[in-house]
Design a binder for this molecule. Sequence first.
Ligand SMILES: [Zn+2]
Ligand SMILES: [Zn+2]
Length: 189
Amino acid sequence: MSEENTSASTSTTSSLSGEASAAPTVCSLCRAPKIAGNCDLCDSSVCKNCLHFLEESTFSFWEEVPAELTFTNYCSTCQVEHVDPGLEKYQGIMDQAKEVVFAFDTQRRALPILKKSKDKVVIENCVDRDETIMRLAFRAVEQGYTGIIDATVTARKVRNEGYQKSAWTGVGLPANIDIERLNRTNQEI
Ligand SMILES: [Zn+2]
Ligand SMILES: [Zn+2]
């Protein structure tokens, strides 16, 4: 994610400059004489230093991406007010997701479960096994849980314009697990 953070704050020269004739001729933020494009959120015309590009996949783990974070071009103001806090929040969930206790349905030993979700989470069309597991974990954190239990992760072959690739599906039940008790019993074994 840190790589995507970097690219998200890098300016880009946009192809929108072609339609600058009727639009303002100076950057609305820094008054630089050349407009590179418009902010997709507030529509202000800005230069290339004040225009920030957001990769489409940046927030792809979120079950629902907040509407203001679904665009591609942001001015510096919107970058600071919306994108940066969004990245921070997203990264916070990602960090917690990495700590999620993950148990497959083949798990034999009973886990010290404190609370279970009523509904299973299903994640489809992932590129590999690791991504599928991370997306399940991310969803658990979004729903306020610290674990995924009864998980299955499977792949099937799909044909995509002549070549074969795998599409991964993950299913799991978000749950809270008594980590302290789990660690204690781990040490006993
Ligand atoms: Zn500017
Ligand atoms: Zn803006």
